[in-house]
Design a protein around this ligand. Structure first.
Ligand code: MTE
Length: 317
């Protein structure tokens, strides 16, 4: 596996913009061939997947009923654009997502800036049907397309001093009105994980959903998905990943430390200061659908509880 850092790349190898454009077209062509050759993902009903026939990720669940795609696409939290869920959906269409690269730095042997295409070529995409639980007490089930974050991190070889991972979202104030006016939160949006959480096989970077590419409003072209944590941890539009010795300062934790902890683990017994976390409204349900009982770690306790066995989850919320 060859990963070159900016420093290592001789100028003769720097991609000419025209070649880069052609390469993108080539990738699109490859995707089209895959569709023709391999059939349809079971989550797609009559629609074909742009990613081809994807294997299921470990822990992806077939027993969950999917939230309709239209609902997932039209009810979004994307505060760089708006605090209103419909407005953020439409305004997000202004985001420029192509070309896209991710800088990986800090406590790693192989820091560098990588084009998304180059990352994707080295990762095996899978479908992950996961529950997503927002701290606002609603939930949905999303068939993500993505790859293991741990597998990407292994490529850059974390040093033994890498204890935390910091994620930074894009800063594009021309497209993102709340960045331009510096509204409420500090921008860019920042999130973080402990290294064992980042390496956990449940943790993925998503590039698609419902067999399609990721809609801009849902975090295109690359977002984090950590299904046992509240949705605010699953940062959208990632441009930078840093491996750190010390925990990073994260956006919501800095804004309101009593309301949003660093961990953000779903926990029905730790209420938000202004509302209970005991139950949740399932998106896509009718007026008569009962609220769902929230589960510790969003139902993924069997896989993740051991990472927190020596911790007081009321303190480290
Ligand atoms: N990432 C960025 N960059 N900006 C945001 O405002 N909102 C978070 C998270 N990731 C957010 C973000 C919150 S609060 C939630 S609940 C989820 O995205 C929502 O993801 P969805 O809009 O795809 O449902």
């Amino acid at each position: 596996m060859i990963i070159k850092t900016k420093k290592d790349i001789p100028s003769s190898e720097i991609t000419d913009p025209l070649v880069f454009k052609n390469r993108r077209q080539l990738i699109k062509g490859m995707l089209a061939t895959l569709i023709a050759g391999t059939g349809i993902s079971p989550t797609l009903a009559n629609n074909k997947s742009v990613w081809g026939d994807l294997p299921k990720g470990s822990f992806s669940s077939d027993s969950l009923s999917l939230t309709p795609a239209e609902l997932i696409k039209n009810y979004t939290n994307y505060y760089e654009f708006s605090f209103n869920k419909e407005d953020s959906t439409s305004l997000a269409q202004n985001l420029i997502t192509d070309p896209w690269s991710v800088e990986i730095s800090g406590e790693v042997e192989k820091p560098g800036t990588y084009y998304l295409e180059d990352i994707l070529r080295q990762q095996s995409l899978q479908e992950y049907i996961y529950r997503l639980r927002c701290v606002e007490a609603w939930s949905m089930v999303v068939p993500w397309v993505g790859f293991s974050l741990g597998s990407l991190l292994k490529m850059v070889k974390p040093l033994s001093t890498a204890n935390f991972v910091k994620f930074t979202a894009v800063y594009q104030p021309k497209a993102m009105p709340n960045q331009l006016s510096n509204t409420m939160l500090e921008w860019p949006y920042i999130e973080g994980l402990r290294i064992d959480e980042a390496m956990h096989p449940l943790t993925i970077l998503a590039v698609g959903m419902y067999g399609d590419t990721l809609p801009k409003q849902n975090g295109a072209p690359l977002r984090l998905v950590v299904p046992w944590k509240y949705g605010f941890k699953s940062i959208k539009a990632i441009v930078k990943i840093e491996l750190l010795k010390r925990p990073p300062i994260t956006t919501w934790n800095k804004f309101a430390p009593n309301d949003y902890g660093f961990y953000g683990n779903v926990n029905p017994t730790v209420a938000h200061p202004r509302w209970s976390q005991n139950t949740e409204r399932q998106l896509g349900g009718s007026f008569f659908t009962p609220r769902r009982q929230t589960e510790l770690f969003n139902g993924y306790g069997e896989q993740v509880a051991s990472m927190y066995s020596d911790m007081d989850l009321r303190h480290f919320f």
